[in-house]
Design a protein. Structure first.
Lengths: 211, 211
């Protein structure tokens, strides 16, 4: 069981919040619009609470569920209120044609979050390769990356509480390539798959082996 | 049934050659060392032949199975001998720490191959996310990218002849992110999975859905 705070009141906040509660975690919702946060907390049920925007979150794990260009500014705004927290970046900084990233350099939102976060916060990239409705209804694999082993272990335990499999791909530098895996996922949706009813994941050798 | 030429005589050449023959395709092997090429062709059986290095390949699909830094120079060396061919780049240009690509810019070996290839050749990225022994023994998904629809369709038909699922991720620009998916695959092997007995692939919603 983990104590989760979610910054954001949109679709991903709702979906992760619902799964978190179903998995036996406590959930706090923080929104710029306090009424929206209260509405979401009420909709989530399960004892979900609201916290005041910009103040120290109640949860040990803080999931920033905002559009990618809002993530770093909001982490900077929270500042020391995030000291000691595990900060989870789930964003996809797609370019305008959805075949690359918006960054001009080889970085990631998660790496930029780490620069903006207070010392002692652990930053983890996770959940970004999963379409929202697959996270709502399915059991997608959850890729994670981070430099802080303890933070990563916390997120792994949380992911497992959702009945999902966490898959550690390495250090925070790998967040760049997880964002790239998000690009691949959208490419598949637009080309080979032609739909959104799938997730990028791991197929173990025995699963489809026939020889 | 496709006519395949493989440039290279290493492990990936042998593995792809063996699966190609098992799938009912014809295979030609081209090696700098003609004796090595002849040895591999003999080992493959199934009527596999050898071609002379640098001359026009017999196959319509030419798979360049070389270490990444050899791919572009060899395509340039072949030059017009590759006119009208489908050129398949399977390489992984990892950096020395295996957590990124060796390119200094946002490109891919496949995109550089397209610059070096004769006009009319169709370049496709494929097979790079798959560990050799998984390709040998399992049924991994095969991600592909390319700008030439006809070339991509040829490669898809070839992949299907191997009993594998081709997954189109989009244009050749996406080869950069497939190379990144190769980085993620190695990251998983070194961290979350701790072994090489898996492939990055697609898990459809129903496969693991439980709610």
């Amino acid at each position: 069981m983990s104590d989760i705070s979610i910054i954001g009141t949109g679709n991903m906040a709702r979906t992760i919040g619902a799964r978190a509660i179903a998995g036996g975690n406590t959930v706090e919702v923080m929104g710029r619009d306090q009424a929206k946060a209260a509405d979401l907390a009420k909709a989530l049920g399960g004892g979900a609470t609201t916290g005041e925007w910009g103040t120290a979150p109640a949860g040990d794990i803080v999931i920033v569920a905002l559009l990618y260009d809002g993530v770093v500014p909001v982490v900077a705004q929270y500042g020391d209120a995030l000291a000691g927290k595990v900060i989870v970046d789930i964003s996809n900084p797609f370019n305008s044609t959805f075949d690359g990233l918006a960054h001009r350099e080889e970085t990631s939102i998660a790496q930029e979050v780490a620069k903006a976060a207070p010392a002692g916060a652990g930053v983890v990239k996770a959940f970004n390769t999963v379409f929202r409705h697959v996270l709502e209804k399915g059991r997608p694999d959850i890729f994670i990356a981070g430099d802080n082993a303890q933070a990563k272990a916390s997120v792994e335990a949380f992911v497992e509480s959702l009945g999902l499999r966490p898959l550690d791909v390495g250090g925070l530098k790998m967040a760049h390539w997880l964002e790239g895996a998000g690009v691949v996922t959208v490419g598949l949706a637009n080309h080979g798959m032609g739909n959104l009813d799938f997730a990028l994941g791991i197929t173990e050798l025995p699963v489809r082996a026939n020889d």
